[in-house]
Design a protein around this ligand. Structure first.
Ligand code: CDP
Length: 218
């Protein structure tokens, strides 16, 4: 039977820290004219709330309280600061925090006009029925190099070895947690960006998404 063509697709982009998923997700949103949600920002906003009122990231109940009143300015540089990144990675392992943020993400994924979401569990938990699922990877060395450049651009001093150790620790926490661990959905397409310049990675992601969408319409 012929499947009904979907006009406004849902695209899930998952992957580890500094794999290029944010750049790719933004570019896909622009290319397909879809709204985009960077779900990592939600976890970062919770972390920033918690950090500002001096809550304990080791305490799930306090982290849950930090999910209330989640107003945040997406380009607040503090959201991307090192302490907030570390706290975000810790509190995102709490089931209560993930549940508190679930509806907002699922509502975004279900909107009529389609959507692109990037994160860790979009293709597996938030939008398992997404039309396109991309899982973006790159070696830890390459990702650490990219993160170092980003930090330097923001005027923050950092050392490659420290950034690499941090990336590895985050990979381990993200992949090892019991709830919604970082892993490709069974039907995700893998895209390794280790040897690709941003524009090459974007072109390849658009090609893969087009291919998937064409197949879904057949
Ligand atoms: O790209 P990067 O890892 O620097 O950060 P991010 O995507 O902004 O996510 C910040 C943190 O939130 C990550 O360390 C993940 O642990 C967590 N996260 C998550 O658990 N699930 C998501 N859907 C998005 C982010």
């Amino acid at each position: 039977m012929r499947k009904k063509a979907r006009l406004a697709p849902v695209i899930a982009v998952d992957g580890p820290a500094a794999s290029g998923k944010g750049t790719i997700a933004r570019a896909l949103a622009k290319h397909f004219n879809l709204p985009h949600m960077d779900t990592g920002l939600l976890y970062r906003a919770v972390a920033l709330n918690l950090w500002r009122w001096g809550g304990d990231p080791g305490n799930e109940f306090e982290a849950l309280r930090a999910c209330d009143d989640l107003g945040f300015v997406p380009d607040d540089p503090e959201l991307r600061s090192e302490p907030v990144s570390k706290i975000a990675s810790m509190i995102s392992a709490y089931p209560a925090v993930r549940t508190a943020l679930l509806e907002r993400q699922q509502d975004f994924a279900r909107q009529d006009g389609g959507a692109v979401l990037d994160g860790r569990d979009i293709g597996t938990v938030i939008a398992p029925g997404a039309d396109v699922k991309l899982f973006i990877t790159a070696t830890a060395q390459v990702r650490a190099g990219r993160r170092l450049k980003e930090l330097e651009k923001c005027g923050m001093a950092a050392h490659f070895e420290e950034v690499l150790a941090d990336i590895r620790a985050r990979d381990e926490r993200d992949s090892g947690r019991e709830v919604a661990p970082l892993k490709p959905a069974a039907d995700a397409v893998l895209l390794d960006t280790s040897d690709l310049a941003p524009e090459q990675a974007i072109a390849e992601a658009v090609r893969l998404a087009d291919e998937r969408l064409a197949r879904a319409d057949r």
